[in-house]
Design a protein around this ligand. Structure first.
Ligand SMILES: Cc1cc2nc3c(=O)[nH]c(=O)nc-3n(C[C@H](O)[C@H](O)[C@H](O)COP(=O)(O)OP(=O)(O)OC[C@H]3O[C@@H](n4cnc5c(N)ncnc54)[C@H](O)[C@@H]3O)c2cc1C
Length: 340
């Protein structure tokens, strides 16, 4: 049986109180949201904080609302189930609702939060293992060791961003609201990430994600999320791709965005690739031709490594397949795409 290490749990009720507790802990505390990722990681001794600061009682971190300008605000502690089942999110930000609906399984979505998903630790088959297992291999550079087992002689950790909602949020131009010792700040989600699997965010573990803000989508916005995984009922992505298509009044694509996940340390926007879709009309031959072109370009840019489970050559072969399926699903306003 894997046991929890000893730690103290603090229960603030406001963001200010939470920040005071975090600063007082001088780097020895971590945030606890739904606990669905941090708890297994504690059991595997992947982190050993002296305290967890539970965010459950912080009211400001909860709730979904849309302001008078049409911006969606998601409190960081909003559960994935709430995001997946929210009728307005399904209608106006469909890729996000679909991505949330495909995270793990129902029980974990009831506990897991959108904030915990954005701030999810990167994953690697050499890292997400018990202490005994990791020790027997001399550890790895992400925790306790110096060597990378994915890329022999590699100098940078390539553990993969594996958070399903991140690519959908990226295509939707999400902004994040952060609390830190310096007060509050807001920044584009796209600026959060860095290419380092040890810690793939530019914010420190002490900074708090308060809320996610999404601009309103166009009247003719289409979006979808496609996810490759071993078991349709629970697994992390082996490859994930979010699609955004905004149509003009004539039905042509005026703006397109694509973002992939489960490849490398950062969610991976495919900006130039998506541009090939602009000016085409879903349902017409020019769109079908562009989809073929985009799928081929995505396969060139997305190069899965043997960092997460699943044969990486198979994952690579699935890149154009899932890119196409997800584009067709978005164009048809169909539901999420996933491998069963
Ligand atoms: C069996 C299993 C399958 C899973 N499958 C998937 C999957 O398919 N896709 C997927 O994306 N995830 C998956 N997960 C991981 C996890 O369930 C989700 O990512 C979930 O959204 C994490 O949210 P949480 O609230 O439980 O985060 P927690 O576990 O509480 O926290 C995760 C991390 O985020 C930090 N954090 C949490 N909230 C904040 C905040 N507000 N500000 C700053 N930092 C914060 C924590 O300190 C911690 O480092 C799976 C987990 C398990 C156990």
């Amino acid at each position: 049986m894997l046991r929890m290490p000893p730690f103290t749990v603090l229960n603030p009720s406001t963001v200010d109180e939470a920040m005071e507790q975090m600063l007082a802990a001088a780097g020895e505390a971590r945030w606890l949201a739904g606990g669905t990722d941090i708890n297994p990681n504690l059991k595997h001794r992947l982190l050993e904080p002296q305290a967890l600061i539970a965010l459950e009682g912080v009211g400001e971190l909860r709730g979904v609302s849309v302001n008078e300008k049409g911006w969606l605000r998601l409190g960081a502690m909003t559960t994935l189930t709430e995001v997946a089942e929210h009728a307005q999110i399904q209608a106006q930000w469909p890729a996000l609702a679909q991505a949330a609906s495909l995270v793990s399984g129902p029980q974990l979505r009831n506990m897991g939060t959108i904030g915990g998903n954005v701030m999810l630790d990167t994953r690697c088959q050499w890292y997400n293992q018990t202490h005994f297992w990791r020790k027997s291999l001399g550890y790895c550079m992400k925790k306790d060791g110096t060597e990378c087992h994915v890329i022999k002689g590699g100098s940078k950790c390539v553990a993969a961003a594996s958070n399903d909602t991140a690519p959908a949020l990226m295509t939707l131009d999400a902004e994040i609201e952060i609390a830190s010792g310096d007060g509050r700040a807001r920044m584009p989600l796209a600026e959060l990430w860095q290419a380092d699997g040890i810690w793939n965010r530019k914010l420190s573990p002490q900074e708090l994600l308060v809320a996610i803000h999404l601009p309103p989508t166009a009247a003719k916005h289409h979006g979808a999320y496609g996810k490759l995984r071993d078991r349709g009922s629970i697994d992390f992505p082996l490859f994930g791709i979010a699609v955004r298509l905004d149509l003009d009044d004539a039905g042509k694509i005026a703006h397109a965005a694509l973002c992939a996940v489960a490849l490398q340390a950062r969610p991976w926007p495919l900006k130039k690739v998506a541009d090939a879709l602009c000016g085409t009309t879903p349902g017409e031959q020019d769109f079908l031709d562009a989809v073929e072109q985009v799928a081929a370009l995505a396969a060139k840019q997305c190069r899965p490594m043997p960092n997460i489970p699943g044969d990486h050559e198979y994952r690579h072969a699935m890149v154009p397949v899932y890119t196409k399926r997800t584009l067709f699903a978005a164009a048809a306003k169909a539901g999420p795409v996933h491998h069963l």
